[in-house]
Design a protein around this ligand. Structure first.
Ligand code: ATP
Ligand code: MG
Length: 567
């Protein structure tokens, strides 16, 4: 490709709307343009990268026996109503009506569609297992589309669905996909971690998210530096903490004027936050309740929501708080309440002589002993894991990091086959439900994640496997015929040998070309100046390390190949 022809409009300034590096660089380097919030045009450079990621994904899916197909983006509502998700999906679903007033949606995912397809064609156990996948646009009207391709409303996903005879088959399919995902993200040159994730309403332990480790990641993960435990903080289990034994002292009410926060309270009473009980009031579609965690802990709302089996979970308003406790927020607590649902974190129940709100403005109780002074409706693990908490597997202090979820593997069991009645006849001619799994990769998000991990102050540094072009050839002086002829020769040789190259034939100063080369992030830059013409020495600069090599015209091709294999 000649740079003079390449449609890659680079920008000098960083567009103000872009908050994270991948978004800034993709706009600046001429990879994407915004059409609407969370909706983008992929310009040629981006499209080339996306095709590379897709090719890697395809190879690895096919290697595991996956068969590619293409399902419609427009999906009729009926199958979504059968599984109950027409309502559950809420505002995130793009909905539309046809001229006959029938309901449709733009596919946010395809479990309903694939299950409906497979159930009508698969009758016998002999036809299973099946691994079916597609790579296409998905549509989700995200509340907060942001960060460019990271959280789009239209984005590219690979989604594979597995259909097995039984749970053992599902485990095999799951392991295949887990392995394929590890290979895909390794081949993409990403530093990633599979982490245990929250399976939501399905329960069990059958889901992992593949997280690219990056500070800009929207997900928080914990990992153990000693064993291989790693989990999304939403999922991480916690063992209750047991403090040293103390003699229980009598409950006492104490005036604590104006101490509405744990900070104000602990300062006023001169107690440590881990001796206080934080009481939070929540409202769900089923009613309101109180949740208790230690003052230095946070509630894990995902765990709480799973525990309460509710669709919505919000902080209760003042009226609901008053109804449960007769008090305003800031001074509420579990002591002396009747007919109120109270969920206590297991660590709270181990406290001695703690402090909590007295359900009376400007008063707290001290010397509260859970179990004696109040009995919760239920004790459970509802707190959020924190850095240095003991690893749930080996007790070593865990570390926290941020992650970008680039993929997820999920055991669905019969969540969709049951409501959609996807059955087959087993060896004995008995009807059985198909056992399913689903496995997604955010292809466009993976491109953004790669930039988050691979860039510097000058621009993108593509891993060679994803780069839109592997090399750029820059003749220093486009008016010098010897240089331009040599550049054309090398350009032809590289392309003939299968290396995608750009020849920067633009009538620009070398500085401008070098800047664009760094911004776009070609792994190798071949500069041709007087040294190349007079001394037969070709300068090759590695974008990632900044190393410069001189190769002769005779051997540069092998050397370029060897270099690219390391990038
Ligand atoms: P998230 O928690 O980030 O919203 P999700 O768990 O809803 O993602 P899945 O349904 O598991 O997403 O989709 C599979 C993959 O698709 C995700 O792992 C992610 O890489 C990608 N993906 C999901 N939503 C988006 C989005 N809005 N923009 C870009 N990629 C996305
Ligand atoms: Mg997910």
């Amino acid at each position: 490709m000649l740079a003079s022809q390449l449609y890659a409009p680079t920008l000098r300034e960083t567009p103000a709307e872009a908050e994270i590096v991948s978004h800034q660089l993709m706009l600046r380097a001429g990879f994407i343009r915004k059409a609407a919030g969370g909706v983008y045009t992929y310009l040629p450079l981006a499209w080339r990268v996306l095709r590379k990621i897709e090719a890697i994904v395809r190879e690895e899916m096919n290697a595991k026996g996956g068969q590619e197909l293409a399902m419609p983006i427009i999906q009729p509502a009926e199958m979504w109503k059968d599984t109950g998700r027409w309502d559950v999906y809420g505002d995130e679903m793009f909905r539309l009506k046809d001229r006959h007033n029938r309901d449709f949606c733009l596919g946010p995912t395809h479990e309903e569609m694939i299950t409906t397809t497979v159930k009508s064609d698969v009758r016998s156990y002999r036809q299973l297992p099946l691994l079916l996948y597609q790579i296409q646009n998905k549509y989700r009207d995200e509340i907060r589309p942001r960060f460019g391709l990271m959280r789009g409303r239209e984005f590219i996903m690979k989604d594979l669905y597995s259909f097995d005879r039984d749970e053992q088959g599902l485990n095999e399919s799951y392991n295949k996909m887990y392995d394929a995902y590890s290979r895909i993200f390794t081949r993409c040159g990403l530093n990633f971690r599979p982490v245990e994730a929250d399976p939501g309403a399905i329960g069990g332990s059958g889901t992992h998210e593949f997280m690219v480790v990056a500070d800009s990641g929207e997900a928080a993960i914990v990992y153990c530096p000693k064993c291989d435990y790693a989990a999304n903080v939403e999922k991480a289990e916690l063992h209750p903490i047991t403090p040293a034994n103390e003699t229980a002292l009598p409950l006492e009410e104490k005036a604590t004027p104006g101490t509405k926060t744990i900070e104000a309270l602990t300062a006023f009473l001169a107690v440590a936050p881990d001796k206080t009980i934080k009481t939070l009031a929540y409202t769900t579609e089923k009613g309101s309740f109180l949740a208790l965690v230690r003052g230095d802990h946070e509630v894990n709302e995902i765990k709480l929501q799973n525990l309460m089996k509710c669709l919505t979970l919000e902080m209760a308003d003042e009226a609901a708080v008053a109804k449960m406790t007769g008090c305003t927020p800031g001074f509420i607590g579990p002591v002396g309440l009747k007919g109120v649902t109270i969920i206590a974190d297991a660590t709270v129940m181990n406290l001695f002589n703690a402090v909590c709100g007295a359900n009376k403005p400007d008063y707290h109780y001290i010397q509260v002993n859970p179990g004696r002074d109040f009995v919760p409706t239920q004790t459970a693990d509802i707190r959020m894991i924190q850095e240095n908490d003991p690893c749930p597997r080996c007790s070593y202090p865990v570390k926290q990091a941020r992650g970008i979820e680039v993929g997820q593997v999920f055991k669905l069991f019969t969540k969709y086959s049951e409501p959609l009645k996807a059955t087959y006849l087993d060896v004995n001619g008995k009807e059985q439900l198909m056992v399913m799994g689903c496995y997604g990769i955010g292809v466009s998000r993976t491109m953004a994640a790669a930039i988050e991990q691979h860039h510097d102050a000058n621009g993108i540094i593509w891993p060679a496997a994803l780069a839109p072009f592997q090399t750029v050839i820059v003749p220093i002086n486009t008016k010098d015929e010897a240089q331009t002829n040599l550049a054309k020769t090398i350009y032809k040789q590289l392309n003939d040998a299968g290396y995608e190259s750009v020849l920067d034939d633009r009538d620009e100063r070398p500085g401008v070309k070098f800047k664009d080369a760094d911004l776009i992030g070609y792994p190798l830059k071949i500069t041709l100046g007087p040294k190349a013409v007079n001394e037969n020495l070709i300068e090759v600069k590695v974008r990632r390390s900044g190393e410069v090599f001189y190769f002769t015209l005779e051997n540069y091709l092998q050397e370029v190949q060897a270099l690219l294999n390391t990038l």
